[in-house]
Design a protein around this ligand. Structure first.
Ligand code: PMP
Length: 402
């Protein structure tokens, strides 16, 4: 039996997608011109699907910090921190992030994906239960699998459903970890944190919030949803990534528990992989200082998010959530029309994400935009105009040739 024979269905689906005019999952940015512009298929394109929320990837100070670290510390760390030791940059980054987050401890990982794998598997083991929002990111599900903990899914953003499941659970002596996200990556909606914390007070679990899309974005200090809601004291652990508002690559887990530092010796995705490169770490340090010093970036992002959200609403598009968010998802009728609309948008000069089942909640077909503080008003108006031309026409009816 050919092990790869099971990929036949994927191959066929990919061929169907390409037959509609483009390869929506194989886009190549031939040149990146700025946080909001790239050359794709030889054309200058507005980037509206990059999670570059703060538009910080071409910041001169961040680039200089990365270049300096390359020159002083070399191209790579060539090993894990447990085996090879840390670089001074790693510990500086952890101190900076702990300070920014107002937490006692912070552990840095090579990616946000690994941060979730590490935190979930370090916090929970086979005797424990992890309660997951049904729309959780794949890295959270994978972390749960790695932990060996019992998995209980509750309905998306439904604190009453979590309450019911906790009330039904038999006491087995194990710990309970509940995992939420600040902003959900596909639909752009936020967790109703206060409702979940009321359930926490009733049942007494430990709470982890993945602020991947909300870190740097929400709250008076830019620390995420819990900061915005004024509920940080009720959140035990925070996870985040450097690949979005920080504009680099890496991830973190943070908390105040007195044993938190010992997680380093209990998390395989921390122990058995190389630590991230000096350039990436130094860039992240420079970026977090910027985010702390320049709250106007957050205000600009909120303003831009509202402009795109309202513009799409005025077009009568069905959106992923009811309030403005830097993630703006447009619901589309079916897979062929979503692909056709995506192709037409790219040809017209705007890149957005295509999101199809099984990677989406409720098997939805989505065109997902992410807004940046670096988008100009004219960029956003152009995106709205193109959605008006392409998507509003295809919305609700089949568009075969974009
Ligand atoms: N958590 C969430 C909610 C995410 O959306 C993502 C990535 N999109 C990650 C974690 C993983 O982050 P990274 O891409 O930096 O590995």
């Amino acid at each position: 039996m050919d092990l790869l024979a099971k990929l036949e269905a994927i191959a066929q689906r990919h061929a169907r997608m390409k037959a509609l005019g483009g390869d929506a999952v194989g886009v190549v940015n031939e040149k990146i011109l700025s946080p909001t512009r790239a050359i794709i298929d030889g054309r200058e394109t507005i980037l509206a699907g990059t999670n570059n929320y703060m538009g910080i990837t071409f910041d001169a100070e961040c680039i200089a910090a990365g270049q300096k670290a390359l020159a002083e510390f070399g191209t790579g760390t060539t090993g894990s921190r447990i085996a090879n030791g840390s670089y001074a940059l790693h510990t500086e980054l952890e101190r900076e992030f702990a300070r920014f987050l107002g937490r006692k401890h912070c552990i840095v990982f090579s990616t946000g994906y690994q941060a979730n794998l590490g935190m979930m598997s370090g916090l929970a083991g086979p005797r424990d239960t992890i309660y997951l929002d049904a729309d959780s990111h794949s890295s959270i599900y994978d972390g749960c699998t790695l932990s060996g903990a019992k998995l209980v899914r509750f309905r998306h953003n439904d604190a009453a459903d979590l309450d019911k499941r906790l009330s039904r659970a038999e006491e087995d002596g194990g710990g309970k970890l509940v995992v939420l996200e600040g902003i959900y990556s596909m639909m752009g909606d936020r967790a109703p944190l206060a409702d979940f914390i009321a359930v926490k007070k009733k049942h007494g679990f430990q709470l982890l919030v993945d602020e991947a899309h909300s870190f740097g974005v929400l709250g008076p200090h830019g620390r995420g949803l819990a900061d915005e809601a004024g509920l940080e004291d009720d959140v035990d652990f925070v996870v985040g990534t450097f690949s979005k508002s920080v504009g680099a690559i890496g991830g973190f887990g943070a908390g105040d528990h007195p044993y938190f530092e010992y997680l380093r010796f209990a998390m395989r995705p921390y122990m058995f992989t190389a630590s991230s490169s000096p350039a990436s770490i130094a860039t992240s340090i420079a970026a977090i200082r910027k985010l702390a010093a320049e709250p106007q970036r957050r205000r600009k992002l909120a303003e831009n998010s509202a402009r795109l959200f309202e513009g799409f609403k005025a077009l009568g598009l069905e959106l992923g959530c009811a309030e403005a968010s830097p993630v703006v998802a447009v619901r589309c009728p079916d897979e062929p029309s979503t692909i056709a609309m995506w192709n037409a948008l790219l040809k017209a000069g705007v890149y957005v994400n295509i999101a199809l089942p099984p990677g989406t909640p409720n098997k939805l077909c989505l065109l997902r935009c992410s807004v940046s503080a670096a988008h100009s008003g004219a960029d956003l108006d152009r995106i709205i105009e193109l959605f008006g031309a392409v998507v509003a026409q295809g919305h609700g009816k089949k568009v075969v040739n974009g």
